[in-house]
Every structure is written in C-alpha cells, then in structure tokens.
Design a protein around this ligand. Structure first.
Ligand code: KIV
Length: 272
C-alpha cells in the first residue's frame, strides 16, 4: 500500500496576486529563526517576513538601522530551512541599497544566493524605483514598503501616522504607482490613514499588505513578537495581542528555578 503524500501548495508571488483578485486576504508575520518560522508555517501563514525589525526585537537596538546584511542573511537562512509552504521575504537592511541600483542589486543577489529566500523588501518610493526595476529584471521579486519607513526615522523624527496631509498623501499615491510600474509584486503600507490605504489598494493591481493601515488592504502584517505579547512595552493602537507570552515564559522559568532550588527537578523518572 503506498503512502498518500500530502501535497503542499507553495505560496508564490502569483498566488498572492490571485488571492487579491479573488478577495482572499493575505496573512504575513515576521520570523527571524528556525523555531518560530516552523510554527508560523505550520499554522498556515502565507508570507513569512524576515524583517529588519530583528534589529529591535532580536538584537535589542533602538532602531532598525544597525542590522547588517550578514545578520539578515543569517536570520533568513534559518527561516528558509524551516518553511515548507509560505513565501519567505527578506528586508534589505539600511545602507545596502540606498546608494545606487548596482549596489542594491548586489545586496539583493547576496540575500537570494546565501539564504535561499524567495524575494526581498525595500523601503522607499520613486527614488528607489530604478533599483526595484533592476532587481526585478534580474529575476528577484521585490516587495515595496511605504508610509512609516523605520529606516528613515531620523528624517521624520517620529513613529507617528504618516500621510495625514494632502501633499504627503498624494506623494505616497504617486510612489505606490511608481513601485508597481517598476515591477514590485506587493506593497507594505505602514501606519497611514485607512482611506488612503483603501484607495491605493483599489488603484493598484498588486496586493497591499497593511500594518496600522486599516482593513481595506489586501492583507495584514504584524511583528510576531508584538502580537504574541513577548514585548509588553510596545502598545500601538493597531496592535492586536493574541497571547501574553512574556508572562507565560516568565512564569515557566520562575517555576523551573523553584524546582531546581528545591531539589524537585529532576526526579527519579527524569534521570537515567
Ligand atoms: O521589519 C519589519 O518587521 C517590517 C514590518 C513591520 C512590515 O518591515
């Protein structure tokens, strides 16, 4: 009797496009290591983002600026080893693509070749369109990222909602169109008014994935550490917490310490 093999339908950029066309929402979450990536993929998330938010939640930096290309490749390689179904997208970190399109292509190729990921994400609008076009022409899928762009935090000075004013909203709309024209397969919209995100989502044929951009986007993304409550200090309005793992882990660790100190662990059954 032959074993029945369960067919895994891998998520590709084309599948995401079809999901938008059919009105099926896209789920995206961040992962930076093997264990988390395996759980996310097993649960059925569509896209795993190896975000440069690793700089904050894994490395403890205040901003996303310090993380290096080598560190991102390391995180991405571990994630790729765990994922069987989801599309794995990796952030190009600050300083490795803003210079010129040749530099950007070189960084994107390193990520694809050394980690085995399926595509990259870049922050910025019209001014990176040439780089997007060059990277896509080399066969690498590119996800754009507009609105709040954490790599530009020192330019804006605040993590507040972007594009509330008419001129910034118009610029963002133009940027979204130029990223689509340059060949991006999807676009993250971070912390912008929901009406603007809804308008962009209906004008573009590529899927939009929102974070703090309302329900009119074609999909949603959250930082996994935030939605699981591993980090209790970060509570923006857009964040829905699905667990409180900080307390769960803290309690488990305290219990373990108590058991060790009281000679309760290990017991007879837990020894050879
Ligand atoms: O780095 C990241 O985690 C991100 C998401 C917040 C979209 O860019």
């Amino acid at each position: 009797m032959s074993a029945v093999k369960k067919e895994i339908r891998k998520i590709t950029t084309h599948v995401l496009r079809a999901m938008k066309e059919k009105g099926v929402k896209i789920s995206m979450l961040t992962a930076y290591d093997f264990s988390f990536a395996r759980i996310l993929d097993d649960a059925g998330v569509d896209v795993v983002l190896v975000g440069d938010s690793a700089s904050n939640v894994v490395h403890g930096h205040e901003t996303t600026l310090p993380i290096t290309l080598e560190q991102m490749i390391d995180h991405a390689s571990a994630v790729v080893r765990a994922v069987k179904r989801a599309l794995v997208i990796v952030d190009l970190p600050f300083g490795y693509y803003q210079g010129d399109s040749k530099n950007a292509l070189k960084s994107a190729i390193r990520i694809m070749k050394e980690s085995g990921a399926h595509g990259i994400k870049m922050e910025g609008g019209e001014f990176i369109a040439q780089s997007v076009h060059r990277i896509v022409s080399a066969g690498i899928p590119v996800m754009g990222h507009l609105g709040l762009m954490p790599q530009s935090i020192y330019k804006y000075g605040t993590y507040a909602v972007r594009a509330r004013e008419e001129d910034e909203a118009q610029q963002l709309l133009d940027d979204a169109h130029s990223l689509e024209k340059a060949g991006s397969f999807a676009l993250v919209l971070e912390k912008i008014p929901r009406e603007l995100a809804t308008r962009i989502s209906s004008e573009l044929s590529i899927p939009t994935i929102g974070i703090g951009a309302g329900g009119g986007c074609d999909g949603q993304v959250l930082v996994t550490h935030d939605m699981l409550g591993l980090n209790n200090e970060f509570s923006p309005r857009f964040l829905r917490r699905y667990a409180n793992l900080y307390d769960v882990i803290r309690e488990a660790v305290a219990h373990y310490i108590e058991d060790v100190k009281s000679h309760d662990f290990p017991n007879e059954d837990e020894a050879y």
